[in-house]
Write a new protein. Structure first.
Lengths: 304, 327
């Protein structure tokens, strides 16, 4: 099919490995995503807390810098599990807004333009399609969550010494698992909603609603019934509990019931749902998302 | 890295030892819910260009989609180049190009970006994909418009872009679903020319689904007619026409009565269709020269003699009347 002779020719060159084909989707999607200067600026802004984190770690180990700033090392936040948990949660918040911008149009645009038959008539399965679309979100979010967090953890370990690394290796695993759980949930939810709703704005609104409406409803349940079990329907609370569990800061007792003025109205101790319930609820949410994707990501919808 | 040449060696169509039907239908049935769409299709399709015909709802598109693996057969199976659509779907799809009937695009992309993406999804490395995307767009005649966004394309240009994405990876079998839909006459002629060029290159087999008989007649050597999910007719157009070579239409001057009597004497069937016009079916062993001899003996003139060739429309209409699911 050379330009000069305008004839049809088969392709006889090398082919890329099967396992790597899904990565074609994020490669082309990133070109599109980073065309927007506004998004690029926002994405760069998301790295600001990491810079602050790096500076704090650096200051802890640089006596000269502390002297210049006239700061006592004890006045600084201690570098421990809570320190990393705070920044993991902060980056998680930014990750949510990045997902809100990137996730919703990924599948919906293809559905609106009947593009799925074009993907699926090639040696490219539905699973690879979903993996490709999800990896757009996963790669972006990884770049701003667990990857820099682990680099900063290693930076702290480098400055503190080998024994600190060995004693705190569990923090690294907590950073990795908490971040991966959160970004996986975001990726799955955004793709499932994108597959259900064909319009980007509506899909973004739905994603926002899925996080905030159950949270508000759950809090109402908590207040009315003097319980903490309302958190089981709040995705934010679920992931917060899981993160706290991983960083060793999870406590089932949360205090006493109070009225609007803050006065204690009941001595009944309210308990957060146990951690396994949070994990189970997240698994259910993920399973529903996968079921939606399985039902909607098809070359053609069959009307029986 | 696997190579495309591996498959070529495996299924070299020019080597008679490896020759397998392009598509082999083995009692293929497809149900949508309780409704049976394809009903036990059976046959071996071997043509370079196969026309898929049938009235609306006959199952043409469902057949293509099933062969592409979009729908699972409820019974039976099919083989493409000897590979089973149930077990070797991915391998089969690496050999296939598909041009869908409906508008199918990826939004906010230039044509070259779109075709390149499609090539990469077919397994071509990025550099080769870009090169072939440019070539494919030049080949279909969109070379000058290849950097324009697909959203700005006219219907005819979109059809050509769909063809470009179907051929960019150099498939060995191309499914074209209503490729001339909505095209004006020059655009249609261009599309038909491209399809014929691809067919004549010998590098790819084509399955052309269309409700326009003229398109199929101009491009295809073989036709498969579906009716109510059954395979009504599968035939080679040229052979079908050849089989009608004994069917003559005559225009004469003189006494028709004596002439037809003499012809009946030869055992030929005949029908008078008008004043001095008659249709004759020659028997085995009867030649055209016998007609001239009889005409001379009867003092008749044969002013015009032509072979009646069945048009595709004749074949199609016959299939619609008689098609009962058997070949």
């Amino acid at each position: 099919m050379a330009v000069y002779d305008h004839s049809y020719k088969n392709y006889a060159g090398p082919l890329t490995p099967d396992w790597s084909r899904f990565l074609v989707i994020p490669r082309h999607a990133f070109r599109d995503v980073f065309k927007s200067k506004l998004f690029t600026a926002f994405f760069a802004l998301c790295f600001l807390p990491l810079l602050v984190e790096a500076i704090l770690i650096y200051l802890h180990h640089n006596v000269n810098a502390l002297a210049i700033l006239r700061v006592n090392v004890r006045e600084l936040i201690p570098i421990d599990a809570s320190f990393f948990q705070t920044f993991v949660n902060l980056q998680g918040g930014f990750a949510f807004f990045v997902t809100l911008l990137v996730g919703p149009p990924l599948v919906s645009r293809d559905l609106r333009n009947n593009a799925l038959p074009l993907y699926l008539c090639r040696p490219f399965s539905r699973a690879e399609y979903v993996a490709g679309k999800m990896s757009v979100v996963l790669i972006l979010l990884s770049a701003m969550t667990w990857v820099p967090q682990l680099i900063l953890f290693m930076f702290q370990a480098y400055l503190e010494g080998g024994s600190w690394l060995i004693n705190n290796l569990w923090i690294a695993s907590a950073i990795l698992i908490a971040s991966v759980v959160w970004i996986l949930l975001l990726a799955l939810l955004s793709q499932a909603i994108s597959a259900l709703v064909k319009w980007r704005v509506v899909a973004s609104g739905a994603l926002l609603g899925i996080f905030f409406i159950p949270s508000v409803f759950g809090e109402v349940v908590n207040q009315i019934f003097w319980t903490r079990w309302g958190s089981i329907i709040s995705l934010g609370a679920l992931t917060k509990n899981i993160s706290a569990g991983l960083f060793g800061t999870f406590e089932r007792t949360t205090g006493f019931a109070t009225n609007m003025e803050g006065d204690v109205v009941s001595r009944v101790v309210m308990m957060e749902p146990p951690l396994w319930c949070s994990w189970a609820a997240l698994f259910v949410v993920c399973a529903i998302c996968l079921a939606i994707l399985s039902a909607k990501v098809k070359a053609y919808e069959v009307v029986s | 890295m696997a190579t495309a040449a591996t498959f070529e060696q495996e299924i070299n169509l020019h080597d008679p030892k490896n020759f397998a039907p392009v598509i082999d239908l083995n009692d293929l049935s497809v149900n949508f819910g309780k409704r049976q769409i394809l009903k036990g299709l059976r046959g071996e399709l071997r043509g370079r260009a196969i026309g898929l015909l049938g009235p609306n709802g006959a199952g043409k598109t469902t057949l293509i989609h099933t062969l592409l693996g979009f729908h699972a057969p409820s019974a039976g199976t099919a083989h493409i180049f000897g590979k089973d659509i149930l077990t070797d779907a991915k391998q089969i799809r690496s050999l296939i190009g598909y041009m869908p009937e409906r508008d199918s695009f990826i939004a906010k992309m230039s044509a070259v970006h779109f075709v390149r993406l499609m090539a990469e999804l077919s397994g071509l490395p990025p550099e080769a994909s870009l090169e072939r995307a440019h070539e494919a767009l030049f080949y279909v005649g969109l070379g000058e418009a290849r950097y324009r966004s697909l959203d700005t394309y006219s219907l005819g240009m979109k059809q050509l872009a769909k063809l470009a994405q179907a051929i960019v990876h150099g498939p060995k079998l191309i499914f074209l679903d209503e490729p001339t839909n909505g095209l004006d006459p020059p655009a249609r002629a261009r599309m038909i020319r491209l399809i014929r060029e691809i067919r004549d290159s010998g590098q790819a087999n084509i399955v052309l689904s269309s409700h326009l008989l003229r398109d199929v007649e101009e491009c295809c050597e073989e036709i498969l007619i579906l009716k109510d999910g059954y395979l009504a007719v599968y035939c080679n157009l040229e052979e079908e026409r050849k089989s009608n070579r004994k069917f003559l239409v005559l225009e004469t001057r003189g006494d028709d009565a004596k002439f037809v009597e003499a012809i009946a004497g030869l055992g030929c069937e005949y029908a008078l269709t008008g004043d001095h016009r008659l249709k004759i079916v020659l028997t085995e062993g009867t030649e055209v020269r016998d007609l001239y001899r009889i005409a001379a003996e009867q003092n008749m003139q044969i002013r015009r003699l032509s072979y009646k060739r069945d048009s595709l429309e004749d074949i199609f209409l016959k299939a619609m009347e008689n098609g009962n699911g058997s070949l």
